[in-house]
Design a protein around this ligand. Structure first.
Ligand code: SF4
Length: 329
């Protein structure tokens, strides 16, 4: 994490982003009967050189946001602007070129690497697609990338199944770095790894950020994972943002009842410290038919009458700390 104060220039801006997946029914004629409202009006920016952590339970829309930013999914509404260019306006070919600047690291290192390709070819493929056609030059770059992510040049001749989970994620990181991106969407990059390996991969990502001036959107389902790496954190619930602020502020002074409940679930390494865990009632409601008013009201320990009727505004309570809750002023 580089000093937050130096990070003021906006690299990526997301405005009122919405992604609905239509539900169709019928055998002969398919009728549109509803939508899965995966992302519903989300706005934030990411500053050059920062890591924005994005946290929430499964189904809150965080991975959909990552994919929609890169236009792996087309947004239903809203705009994504990268370095002043509105990505929604780009043609397929223009977007393909733009992807050399915006890469993604996937959650499952087992599934995201082609098992029939050698590691050197997996890392070299994006370099070829984005214009480095000379084989010798590509191979030299692949060897360098293997070294950068802590693997050896001879690993390039092996297949993905010959590696451990942590090593495979390193290969995924090398592939993302191969085209010199400015932004990397890290979609739960350590969730499938053992705890001891998670720290190694997070440290590697931090070193690479410093060395290559990278900007990250770091998606996770657990606040303990994003704490160390993030400059700012956004907490998502059922397709909406409920809290956004500086990482330190979020852990010291959480305001939204959902954030407070998530923080209470983080284990404390000191056995003498007692923490009262807040257990939320029930499951996350369906995004097909989200609750009226505040979407968290069916599980909120502080729910009031107004919460069921009015959607709370996502407002700045000072120093760039945003919260969507009727009880917070
Ligand atoms: Fe809970 Fe109401 Fe605040 Fe929503 S608006 S988080 S239901 S107190």
């Amino acid at each position: 994490m580089i000093e937050t104060l130096t990070k003021t220039e906006t690299l990526l801006k997301v405005e009122n982003l919405q992604k609905y997946f239509p539900i169709r029914k019928g055998i002969v004629v398919q009728k549109h009967v509803g939508d899965v409202k995966a992302v519903d009006g989300v706005s934030f920016d990411i500053r050059r050189g920062e890591t924005l952590g994005m946290v929430g339970e499964s189904g809150c829309g965080k991975s959909t946001i990552g994919r929609t930013i890169l236009r792996l999914l087309e947004p239903t509404k809203g705009t994504v602007t990268f370095e002043g260019k509105i990505l929604n306006d780009l043609s397929g070919e223009e977007m393909r070129k733009m992807r050399s600047q915006m890469q993604m690291i996937f959650q499952d290192p087992y599934a995201s690497l082609n098992p029939r390709m050698r590691v050197g070819d997996i890392i070299g493929e994006p370099i070829l697609i984005h214009g480095v056609s000379k084989r010798a030059e590509r191979e030299k770059r692949v060897r360098k990338l293997l070294d950068v992510v802590g693997l050896s040049p001879y690993h390039g001749a092996r297949y993905p199944h010959e590696f451990s989970g942590g090593q495979r994620q390193r290969i995924g990181i090398a592939r993302a770095l191969s085209v010199n991106p400015k932004l990397i969407v890290c979609d739960e990059p350590v969730s499938a790894l053992d705890v001891s390996i998670q720290a190694q991969v997070i440290n590697l990502l931090e070193d690479l950020q410093r060395d290559f001036n990278l900007t990250y959107l770091f998606i996770a389902h657990d606040l303990s994972i994003v704490k160390h790496i993030s400059d700012r954190i956004v907490v998502m619930y059922l397709g909406k943002m409920v809290e956004l602020c500086n990482s330190e502020e979020l852990y010291k002074n959480p305001q939204h009842p959902y954030t407070i409940a998530l923080l209470s679930a983080i284990p404390v390494p000191d056995p003498t410290v007692k923490r009262d865990r807040i257990i939320l009632k029930g499951d996350v409601p369906s995004p097909v038919n989200p609750p009226s008013g505040c979407r968290f009201h069916t599980r909120c320990p502080k729910v009031q009458g107004i919460c069921k009727e009015q959607d709370p505004e996502f407002k700045d309570i000072g120093n760039g700390h945003f919260v969507a809750c009727h009880l917070v002023n």
